[in-house]
Ligand binder design. Structure first.
Ligand code: VTB
Length: 335
């Protein structure tokens, strides 16, 4: 009898989505390579533009039918990777969240922690967050659910976190963006006895740091971009940890805009699953060296990149070191 291979075929979508997580790395590598040319050049817009352009081109080689839901802005304000833009070669329908260069100012100044970031979810998996501020609170994995809460004062959250981790509050480190608007939170954390780590920009890596013991960060606190909040939530879905977010509105127009995008309750407290649910993948490549990733190292004819890629379904976290030869690399990926 003729042998049939049909029975051995993988379930629909399986091979495709297994490969996708790793393919995303090529997209963040391309953006990081392009942005790295602008490191320390004092021009954050040029750095961002280079990353966006390279990431957009790299997406043309990925086997997805993607829709950008967290992107560079509205169609009329962003030429590429705008919200609603369709990207990819064709394949499974997925939603995409991007920050081609998280830390444009850091890159321009040659500071730490800048990276290119992409997350992917099944259709409808991401909160469609408008580009406004979000209040954020995050702690790492292995803690009792609800150990901290965005509605509690920093003192109380620190007390509960110290208890759960069986340490003193003085052992805890809280990471916040270095902004005047965080003065009161910083004061409260210090008054409770905690130590503070202030970062200049880049709160995606600030939030993710809570899930990486080697960073020494125990809690992330404060307001930053809402789109960055969704990207950080995608990462924590894969690597573990707890996070809550709440949109911060400055005027009625922002409330209306959020409503249009599906955020109908302005006071809603978003949990991890509300921001990124289902099978989620996350990839990031370092542009400048930080706690999580090494920056791009360029040399004659090539460069080395360092990336993280992870997936919520399997929980596998991979670090990928890419050695790029510019003489042989396809054009879409050469910075
Ligand atoms: C953060 C940070 C970004 O915006 O979300 C921050 O992660 C928040 O806005 O890298 P402010 O700078 O206004 O505080 C960035 O700095 C830039 O998008």
């Amino acid at each position: 009898m003729a042998e049939t291979h049909a029975a051995a075929a993988p379930p629909p979508g399986m091979v495709v989505d297994r490969n996708l997580a790793l393919e995303l790395v090529r997209v963040t590598e391309a953006a990081a390579l392009a942005a790295s040319r602008w490191m320390g050049r004092g021009d954050k817009n040029a750095a961002d533009g280079a990353a966006v352009d390279a990431m957009r081109r790299a997406f043309d080689t990925v086997a997805i039918r993607g829709t950008v839901v967290i992107g560079e802005g509205e169609m009329d304000e962003a030429p590429m990777l705008y919200i609603g833009e369709r990207i990819g070669l064709g394949g499974p329908e997925v939603d995409i969240a991007v920050d081609p260069l998280e830390g444009t100012s850091i890159t321009a100044k040659g500071g730490p922690n800048a990276m290119a970031v992409v997350a992917l979810a099944e259709k409808g998996g991401f909160l469609h967050a408008p580009d406004i501020y979000m209040e954020k609170l995050a702690v790492g994995p292995g803690l009792p659910p609800g150990v901290v809460d965005i509605d509690e004062a920093p003192e109380k959250n620190l007390r509960e976190l110290a208890k759960a981790k069986k340490v003193e509050i003085a052992d805890l480190v809280v990471c916040l963006l270095d902004r005047d608007r965080h003065k009161e939170k910083i004061r409260a954390c210090r008054a409770a006895g905690a130590r503070i780590m202030l970062i200049p920009d880049g709160d995606v890596s600030g939030v993710v740091a809570v899930s990486q013991p080697e960073t020494g960060v125990d809690m992330y606190l404060g307001s930053g971009g809402a789109p960055e909040g969704v990207l950080a939530a995608a990462a924590l879905r894969c690597i573990g940890g707890q996070m809550q977010g709440r949109l911060l509105f400055e005027n009625d127009e922002q409330v209306a805009r959020a409503r249009e995008m599906g955020c109908t309750d302005p006071n809603r407290k978003y949990g991890l699953e509300d921001m990124a649910h289902g099978d989620v993948m996350f990839a990031a490549t370092g542009v400048t060296t930080g706690a999580m990733l090494r920056g791009v190292r360029r040399f004659a004819g090539g460069a080395i990149t360092h990336s993280i890629v992870m997936r919520s379904k399997s929980g596998t976290v991979r670090y990928v070191e890419g050695h790029h030869n510019f003489a042989t690399k396809p054009r879409a990926f050469v910075a």
